[in-house]
Design a protein around this ligand. Sequence first.
Ligand code: ADP
Ligand code: MG
Length: 255
Amino acid sequence: MSLFIAEHIGKKFGGVVALSDVSLTVDKGEIVGMIGPNGSGKTTFINNLSGLYSPTTGKFIFNDEDITGMPAYQITAKGVSRTFQNLRVFPNISILDNVLIGRHCRIDVPLWDVYVRIVRTRRKEAEARDKAMQILELANLTDRHLDMAKNLPYGEQRLLEICRAIASEPDLLLLDEPCAGMNPVEMDALANFIKLLKEKGVTVFVIEHNMRFIMQVAERLVVLESGRKFREGTPLEIQKDKEVQAIYLGDEEEA
Ligand SMILES: Nc1ncnc2c1ncn2[C@@H]1O[C@H](COP(=O)(O)OP(=O)(O)O)[C@@H](O)[C@H]1O
Ligand SMILES: [Mg+2]
């Protein structure tokens, strides 16, 4: 069953065509990867889907609802959560608090009754804390939950960022180059973490520039090139594709 459908998405920034006629679907429970050279439109795709921008043309359907052009907070509330290409943890608060911030949109306490509100708030806070600790467990971070986030090694800060994104209990998790800047050991830990999230029922759409990493995690791949969908297939099909290899060659040599 499709959880998410992009239909003919186009995005222009002035005269620059960043995306053109991109259509794809993501089924419930899948891990789908999007790859492509730098500047091919990957981040723009997620920025439009998550409500940071509105597409110039096309539609995004999520859980059978048209969410095109809705503001970001509304799209988050509907169950889409994301991380960013550059690291965005809050360095000077605890690891646990970083996750609790991500859960904020799930704590809705009515304002009309002060007494009930105090009792409910306490109960909801306790529930939020338990849930945050369960999430940290997945990333092996419970022992250090009171440490400041800045004291974690880089790879674990990136895991923490994903923990925060799943704290809102999204149906769809969008990751933008999650392994950027990681060493190979950190990358393997991240790949295992993403597979664990799938086991927990999260659907993952992951943008990645690193071919070796995406081959490990994705079940299906979409290749973008100059804002267009260039190929779609299994990781094995994409890996063997001579034209995909050709568009990647220049970039790999740079890396
Ligand atoms: N806010 C923006 N304003 C103008 N141009 C943008 C903006 N965001 C992205 N672009 C352009 O859109 C194209 C795709 O960029 P991007 O989505 O960041 O690529 P990728 O994530 O694949 O590296 C690039 O040409 C980029 O310069
Ligand atoms: Mg990008």
